[in-house]
Design a protein around this ligand. Structure first.
Ligand code: PEP
Ligand code: MG
Length: 889
C-alpha cells in the first residue's frame, strides 16, 4: 500500500515531486539541523488519490494519526490539550510554487476549552481569542464553504459599535464575543456546529487543502504558468510558532543575496510582534535585518549563520521565512529564490567565483529570455499608472515619443530631432521609413508575426501590435482608448514592448549597460557589473556550443551590428526588402512592362542597385557566409493599395478631369494580379519560374558583387537560397538558371564565382520529400514561419490577434507556435527532413531562419535535431548564442 505521510526528518530536497517544494525543503532544513518546528508532509500522491475518488484515501488518517503522535511526543503536549494546547498549521505546497493560490489554515487545535489554556500559558488573553477567531473564520470559509464576507461584515459591525477603526483596538472581551458571533454564523449558514474536536479539525483541513488544488484561482494560475493539472498538492502539517507574542517575537522574510541586483549580503524585512501573514500583507511597515541585529543580536546571528548554511548547501540564492517566538528563532520555509534577470547573471558568476558552482552550472542558471530583458531600455514601472491599452508584446523594450499616424510624418518629425511612436492599424512595407524613424511601432491589428512585429524585431525596435482596444483613426490623426481617452497626433505616449502596455505621457526610462557592452565591447561604464557577467557567460556559451549562430539581415548596417553581437554570418537576407522606397517605381515598371525589352530595361536598372546592396553586406560579413534568398513575396505586394488607386481615379473623374493613365494602368495590374490567398499563391520559387528575367537579374547582382569584393581583396562567401520549394523539379529548374548566370559572370569577369545553392524548407511537402530535394540542394534552411503556417493551416498574419488568446486559455497550446516551435507537429517535419536530407547528402548544411531561430526553447530543439546553425534577428544573436551553449551542456 502507498505510503502517504513523511515526517520532516524522513524527507529530502530531491523528493519535491512527492512532498511538494515546501515539504521537501522543510525536510532538507530539518536534515541540516536547522531549527524547524516539527511536522510532517502528506504527499501529492495522497492528493491525487483524493481528487480521483473524491474521498479520503484508505489508511491516510491512520498514518496522519501516527505522525501526529510523534509530533505530540516531541512537544510534550497534545493537539488541542485543554491546559496547554499544541496548535498546528496546515499549508498547501505543490511541486511548483503557486503563491497564494491554494489554502492554508492556521491555529488548528483551538476550541472553547483550549483557548482558555492558551490564554493562560501565553499570558496573553487577547492573543488567544484572536487566534481562535482566525481559526473559526478560516476553517468555516475554507472547509465548510461559508462566504468570507459574512465574517468581514461581523467584524465591521463590531468595530462600528465600539467606535474603533483597526482590529488591534478590539479587546480580548470583544474578540471572545466575536468568536461567539462567528460560531452562530457558521451554524446558521451550514446547519452544523464549528467542530470542537481538534482531530476532526485536522482531518477535514487536510482534505480541504487537497480540494483547493482545483479551486478556480489555482486552475487559472496553472494555465497561465503552464503547470500540469494532474500534479496535485502536498499538505504540510506543522507545529505553530508565534511571532505575535510581544516585542521579543516577530516574523520576517530574508534573501541570502539581493534578489534585485544579485549583490552578496543578507537582505530582508522583519516585523516585530507579528505573524508571517502580516509581513506579506504589508499591514505595518517592516524594519531591516540590521534593525533586527539591534533588537535581538542573538537571533540575528543565528539567522545569519543558518542563511550561510543554506546558501552553501543549495549553492544558490535562497529565500527564507522565519519567526522569532520569545527570543527563539524558527525557520519556517526556504527555497531557491526568484530573482530579476540582472541578479540571475550576477549571482551565477558570483557563485562561480566563490567556487560554489562550476562555470557550466553558472551558464545553466541563466536564460536567453533573461538576457533579452537586459538588452533593452526599460521603463521604471514603479512610476507608471494604469495603461491606456494592452496589445501583444511583439518586440521588447521601452519607448517614449509623440504619436504620429503615418510614415511621412514620422520621418519629418524624426529628422527635426523629435522622438516619435508610429501608430497604425497595421503596417505595410510602405511604412518602413516611418518605422525606422520611430522609437516604437504601435498597431491595433495583427499578431506577433505580423509585418510590424517581424520588422520591428529585426530592427530591435519596440513594438506592440494587435492593441485592439485602440480605435485608430488615420484620417483624423488620433486614436481613442476604450476608456474614451483621445490621443491626438503629437501627444507623447510610452510603449512597453516587453509587456504590451501603452501609457499616456512619458514614463521614465532606464538604460541597458548590456547593450553598450555588446555594441562596443567595453564593460567599463557598467557600475552594476551585469555587463561583465553577461560577457563571461556568453564567452562560456561560445566555447561549448555546437550550433553556429547567424543573423537575418538585409542591410550592411544590420549585418555589421549582427557581427558585433557575435553573428557568424547572415542566414537570411530577404532581398525583397531591397525593392522598397525609391526603387518601387522601377519594380512597378517591371511588373507593368508590356514586352520583353521593356522588362529587360527595368531589370537592368535594378541590377546595379541590388549589386551595391550585396556588396555592402558581403563587406560587412567578409569571410563569413551570407545566405541571400531570391525574391519571395507575390509581386502585387509592391504595387499601390487598390483602394487608394480607386479613390484617386474616382476623385479625378468627379472633378471632371481625366485620371492619371498610370493610375488606370496600375489599377488594372492590381486587379489582374489579385489573389484571394496570396500566401499560398504566386510567390517564392513559383515567381522565379514564371516571371522571366527576375531571378537572373538577382543572381547576376550577387555574382557581380562577389567579383567586386574579390577584386577588392575581400573573401565574399555568398550562398543562394530558393524559397518556398515544394518539389525537387522546381529547384532543379531554378538551379540551372542560377548556375547558368554564375557561369556567365565567371567567364566574363575572369573571377570564378562559386555560390552554394540551397533551398528553404517551409512547406510540409518539402519536408516530406527532403531526400529528393537534397539531391539538388547544397544546404537546407528551415523557414519555420511558413512551415508553421502551412502545417497548422494558420494564417500567420491573422490568427494571433484573432483567437490565440482563447487557444492559450483553453490550453490547446501553451505558447504560440509562431513563437516557440511546435515540436510534435512542425518539429516532426523538421526531424524527417534532417534525417532524409542527410541520408541523401551527408554533408548537407542545415539551418533555420524562421523567427524560431532566436527563441530559447526552440534553439534547444534545433540543437537536439542536429542542425548546424540557427539564424535570427541581430538583437537575438546574443540570446541564441547563450541558449546554444546551454543546449550543449
Ligand atoms: C520563414 O518562412 O520562416 C521565413 C524565414 O521566410 P519569411 O518569414 O520571409 O516568409
Ligand atoms: Mg517564408
Amino acid at each position: 500500500m502507498a505510503r502517504y505521510v513523511y515526517d520532516f526528518t524522513q524527507g529530502r530536497r530531491d523528493m519535491a515531486d512527492l512532498l511538494g517544494g515546501k515539504g521537501a525543503n522543510l525536510a532538507e532544513m530539518t536534515r541540516l539541523g536547522l531549527p524547524v518546528p516539527p511536522g510532517f508532509t502528506v504527499t501529492t500522491e495522497a492528493c491525487r488519490a483524493y481528487l480521483s475518488t473524491g474521498g479520503e484515501p484508505a489508511g491516510l488518517w491512520r498514518e496522519i494519526s501516527a505522525h501526529l503522535t510523534a509530533v505530540e511526543t516531541t512537544a510534550g503536549r497534545l493537539l488541542g490539550q485543554p491546559d496547554d494546547p499544541l496548535l498546528l498549521s496546515v499549508r498547501s505546497g505543490a511541486r511548483f510554487s503557486m503563491p497564494g493560490m491554494m489554502e492554508t489554515i492556521l491555529d488548528i487545535g483551538l476550541n472553547d476549552e483550549s483557548v482558555l489554556g492558551l490564554a493562560k500559558v501565553s499570558g496573553n488573553e487577547r492573543f488567544a481569542w484572536d487566534s481562535y477567531r482566525r481559526l473559526v473564520q478560516m476553517f468555516a470559509s475554507i472547509v465548510m464553504g461559508v462566504e468570507s464576507a459574512h465574517f468581514e461584515r461581523a467584524i465591521g459591525d463590531l468595530k462600528a459599535e465600539r467606535g474603533v477603526r483597526d482590529d488591534v483596538h478590539l479587546t480580548a472581551g470583544d474578540l471572545a464575543g466575536l468568536v461567539g458571533t462567528f460560531k452562530e454564523l457558521v451554524h446558521r449558514e451550514t446547519g452544523e456546529y464549528f467542530p470542537q474536536s481538534p482531530a476532526e479539525q485536522l482531518r477535514r483541513a487536510v482534505l480541504a487543502v487537497f480540494a483547493s488544488w482545483n479551486g478556480e484561482r489555482a486552475r487559472l494560475y496553472r494555465r497561465r504558468e503552464h503547470i500540469a493539472d494532474d500534479l496535485g498538492t502536498a499538505v504540510n502539517v506543522q507545529r505553530m510558532v508565534f511571532g505575535n507574542l510581544g516585542p521579543d517575537s516577530g516574523s520576517g522574510v530574508a534573501f541570502t543575496r539581493d534578489p534585485a541586483t544579485g549583490r552578496p549580503g543578507l537582505y530582508g524585512d522583519y516585523l516585530p510582534d507579528a505573524q508571517g501573514e502580516d509581513v506579506v500583507a504589508g499591514i505595518r511597515n517592516t524594519v531591516t535585518l540590521t534593525d533586527l541585529e539591534h533588537l535581538d543580536p542573538g537571533s540575528h546571528a543565528r539567522l545569519r549563520a543558518h542563511m550561510e548554511t543554506l546558501e552553501r548547501h543549495y549553492r544558490d540564492l535562497c529565500d527564507i521565512e522565519f519567526t522569532i517566538e520569545r527570543g527563539t528563532l524558527w525557520m519556517l520555509q526556504t527555497r531557491v529564490g526568484k530573482r530579476t534577470a540582472e541578479a540571475a547573471f550576477a549571482i551565477a558568476t558570483g557563485l562561480a567565483d566563490e567556487g560554489l558552482i562550476t562555470s557550466d552550472e553558472a551558464l545553466a542558471r541563466v536564460g536567453g529570455d533573461q538576457l533579452a530583458r537586459l538588452m533593452f531600455p526599460r521603463f521604471d514601472t514603479s512610476q507608471t499608472g494604469d495603461p491606456l491599452a494592452r496589445g501583444l508584446p511583439a518586440s521588447p523594450g521601452a519607448a517614449v515619443g509623440a504619436a504620429v499616424f503615418d510614415s511621412a510624418e514620422a520621418v519629418r518629425r524624426a529628422a527635426a530631432g523629435e522622438k516619435v511612436v508610429l501608430v497604425r492599424q497595421e503596417t505595410t512595407p510602405d511604412d518602413l521609413p516611418g518605422m525606422i524613424a520611430a522609437q516604437a511601432v504601435l498597431t491595433s491589428r495583427g499578431g506577433k508575426t505580423s509585418h510590424a512585429a517581424v520588422v520591428a524585431r529585426g530592427m530591435g525596435k519596440v513594438c506592440v501590435c494587435g492593441a485592439e482596444e485602440l480605435a485608430v483613426d488615420i484620417e483624423q490623426r488620433r486614436f481613442t482608448a476604450s476608456d474614451g481617452t483621445v490621443v491626438e497626433e503629437g501627444t507623447v505616449v510610452s510603449v512597453d514592448g516587453s509587456t504590451g502596455s501603452v501609457y499616456a505621457g512619458p514614463v521614465p526610462l532606464t538604460d541597458s549597460a548590456v547593450i553598450r557592452f555588446l555594441e562596443n565591447g567595453s564593460t567599463d561604464e557598467d557600475t552594476t557589473g551585469v555587463a561583465d557577467a553577461v560577457a563571461r557567460l556568453l564567452a562560456r556559451a561560445d566555447s561549448v556550443r555546437r550550433l553556429e549562430v547567424r543573423a537575418n539581415a538585409d542591410t550592411p548596417e544590420d549585418a555589421a551590428r549582427a557581427r558585433r553581437f557575435g553573428a557568424q554570418g547572415v542566414g537570411l537576407c530577404r532581398t525583397e526588402h531591397m525593392f522598397l522606397g525609391e526603387r518601387r517605381k522601377l519594380v512597378e515598371a517591371m511588373i507593368l512592362a508590356c514586352d520583353e525589352s521593356e522588362r529587360e530595361d527595368t531589370l537592368a536598372a535594378l541590377l546595379p542597385l541590388q549589386r551595391a546592396d550585396f556588396t555592402g553586406i558581403l563587406a560587412a560579413m567578409d569571410g563569413l557566409p551570407v545566405t541571400i534568398r531570391l525574391i519571395d513575396p507575390p509581386l502585387h505586394e509592391f504595387l499601390p493599395d487598390r483602394t487608394d488607386l480607386a479613390v484617386r481615379i474616382a476623385t479625378a473623374e468627379a472633378r471632371g478631369t481625366l485620371p492619371d493613365p498610370r493610375d488606370t494602368e496600375l489599377l488594372a495590374a492590381v486587379d489582374r494580379m489579385h489573389e484571394e490567398n496570396p500566401m499560398l499563391g504566386l510567390r517564392g520559387v513559383r515567381l522565379g519560374l514564371v516571371v522571366p528575367g527576375l531571378v537572373a537579374m538577382q543572381v547576376r547582382a550577387i555574382a557581380e558583387a562577389v567579383v567586386e569584393r574579390t577584386r577588392a581583396g575581400g573573401s565574399p562567401r555568398a550562398e543562394i537560397m530558393v524559397p518556398l520549394v515544394g518539389a525537387v523539379e522546381e529547384l532543379r529548374i531554378e538551379r540551372e538558371e542560377v548556375e547558368r548566370v554564375l557561369h556567365d559572370v565567371s567567364r566574363k569577369s575572369g573571377v570564378t564565382v562559386h555560390c552554394p545553392v540551397g533551398t528553404m524548407i517551409e512547406l510540409p511537402r518539402a519536408a516530406l520529400t527532403a531526400g529528393r530535394i537534397a539531391k539538388e540542394a547544397e544546404f537546407f534552411s528551415f523557414g519555420t514561419n511558413d512551415l508553421t503556417q502551412t502545417t497548422w493551416g494558420f494564417s500567420r498574419d491573422d490568427v494571433e490577434a484573432a483567437f490565440f488568446s482563447a487557444y492559450l486559455d483553453k490550453g490547446i497550446f501553451s505558447a504560440s507556435p509562431f513563437e516557440t516551435l511546435d515540436r510534435d507537429g512542425v518539429g516532426r517535419l523538421v526531424r524527417i527532413a534532417v534525417d532524409e536530407g542527410r541520408a541523401a547528402r551527408p554533408d548537407l548544411k542545415i539551418g533555420v531562419c524562421g523567427e524560431h531561430g532566436g527563441d530559447p526553447d526552440s534553439v534547444h530543439f534545433f540543437h537536439a535535431a542536429g542542425l548546424d546553425y540557427v539564424s535570427c534577428s541581430p538583437f537575438r544573436v546574443p540570446v541564441a548564442r547563450l541558449e546554444a551553449g546551454r543546449a550543449a551542456l
